[in-house]
Ligand binder design. Structure first.
Ligand code: EPZ
Length: 415
């Protein structure tokens, strides 16, 4: 397992270049199974979750090559409909392979996904969607099995679940007839997936809205598509800059993709300058406040823990209400070890008193976004912070040891 060693407190300056969006890339890799022609994804982040999805489609027979953030996929030889069990268990996002596999083979099998630290992550919305398409869903001892004689377009209700919405859309693009996805999630990554599918010849209306209409087509062609920047990585580095009273500029920021993140932080005293797609974080005095996480365009749950690390430096008592996941506070004990004063009120609410002095410590990263909170705490803390299991953080953040040292941070990664 590798670790980060950070010497704080850090003062960041310079320009930050975000990578492509993890939560767009994973589904686009799955979408490549919908065609037999070559798919090229540009600006693809080289992160562990992308590597896992690549391994999964290779276990189905796809051929890939990945360098300089360009991923080439040749799906022509895909001839299996059950991705490798061991890898599928490692990554929850493997569920997004099911829609494309049913669309391609009229059947799919997927190992029961492994446990997840941020909550029990049920899959009922996905199963409902497949049943609404008339797919037979069986829960076997080691896998879910899906089968249908003919995929017919239907009305589906993924209840704002992000990946269930993506499964509903990817199942429909080759189904016969019209499908309508009601109460679709509308995250920017879903809109980007729709734009990619359209570039392959899919007929989809309502991109970026909560109602998506798809007219099934006979086949989809290959494509070359550039993935949007990662808004969660951008939000994370914004929290790091504000937490260390730094001034940095971030490239490729699409303001509307940030939902209410920017405005919420401005209401807490953060100062920004936005020019075209460059966002400059200015030195700011952060005050305490209340933040609820919501589905897009509300405050992203994936930015709840990075903002919690920031709020340890805010003047006063802050409250965070995590409304999407029942256990997304796995960073509290580690941050309190460093001097933070975070109290968990119940499964969904924490209270943060600040500002508190933070001192470096040896800490463990547990889940991806909790790891982001620990990295930010390491930037704030005086002295040396060692973050073990940094592989978990690297599931979603590309080469941050390089990106942070380019901003002047004293950080090294040790295998
Ligand atoms: C996606 O997960 C993202 N992952 C998550 O990002 C993100 O936190 C989440 O959306 C919410 O924005 C990917 O895109 C790969 P959901 P997903 O289905 O689709 C409940 C990260 O850190 N639910 O929208 O799994 C669920 O328990 C990851 O990058 C059901 O009840 O999230 C949760 O409470 C973490 N039944 C809520 O809905 C279901 O069948 C939101 O889940 C599915 C979900």
């Amino acid at each position: 397992m590798s670790k980060y060693i950070i010497n704080g407190p850090a003062r960041l300056n310079g320009i930050f270049q975000p990578s492509g969006a993890k939560n767009a890339a994973l589904k686009m890799i799955a979408a490549s199974l919908l065609t037999k022609e070559k798919v090229i994804l540009e600006n693809c982040p080289d992160i562990l979750d992308v590597r896992s999805l690549i391994d999964l489609i290779e276990s189905l027979g796809a051929k890939t090559s990945f360098s300089n953030n360009v991923l080439e996929i040749d799906p022509s030889k895909v001839n299996k409909f059950r991705p490798d069990d061991k890898i599928a268990k490692k990554i929850r996002a493997s569920i997004v392979l099911v829609g494309p596999l049913i669309a391609r083979f009229n059947k799919a099998q997927i190992a029961h996904p492994g446990g997840c630290l941020i909550g029990n992550r049920p899959l009922d919305a996905h199963m409902e969607v497949f049943k609404q398409y008339g797919v037979k869903v069986e829960s076997k001892k080691n896998s879910y099995n899906f089968s249908t004689l003919k995929l017919i377009g239907a009305k589906t209700f993924p209840c704002l679940s992000v990946t269930a919405t993506e499964n509903a859309i990817m199942t429909a693009v080759l189904a016969s007839g019209i499908s309508v996805v009601y109460a679709a999630a509308a995250e920017p990554e879903i809109k980007d997936l729709i734009l990619m599918l359209r570039s392959m010849g899919a007929k989809i209306k309502g991109a970026g809205t909560h109602n998506v209409t798809i007219e099934g087509v006979k086949k989809l062609s290959g494509t070359r598509f550039r993935i949007i920047p990662d808004r969660i990585e951008i939000g994370t580095i914004v929290c790091a800059a504000l937490a260390t009273n730094s001034e940095i500029t971030i490239n490729d920021v699409r303001e509307k993709d940030m939902g209410n993140f920017i405005y919420k932080l401005e209401s807490l005293g953060a100062k920004f300058k936005i020019e075209n797609s460059q966002l400059t974080v200015l030195k700011s005095k952060i005050i305490s406040g209340k933040i609820d996480t919501r589905t897009y365009p509300g405050f992203s749950t994936d930015l709840q823990s990075p903002t919690a690390a920031l709020l340890t430096q805010a003047h006063g008592k802050s409250r965070k209400f995590e409304t999407l996941f029942e256990n997304r506070f796995n960073f509290i004990s580690e941050l309190n070890k460093m001097g933070a004063k975070i109290k968990q009120i119940n499964d969904f609410v924490i209270e943060i008193s600040g500002p508190t002095n933070m001192t470096g410590a040896k800490i463990e990263s547990s889940d991806l976004r909790a790891g982001a909170a620990l990295v930010i705490a390491g930037l704030i803390a005086k002295g040396k912070t060692v973050i073990n299991n940094i592989d978990i953080f690297e599931r979603g953040y590309e080469k941050w040891e390089n990106k942070l040292s380019n901003l002047g941070v004293e950080i090294i990664k040790e295998e």
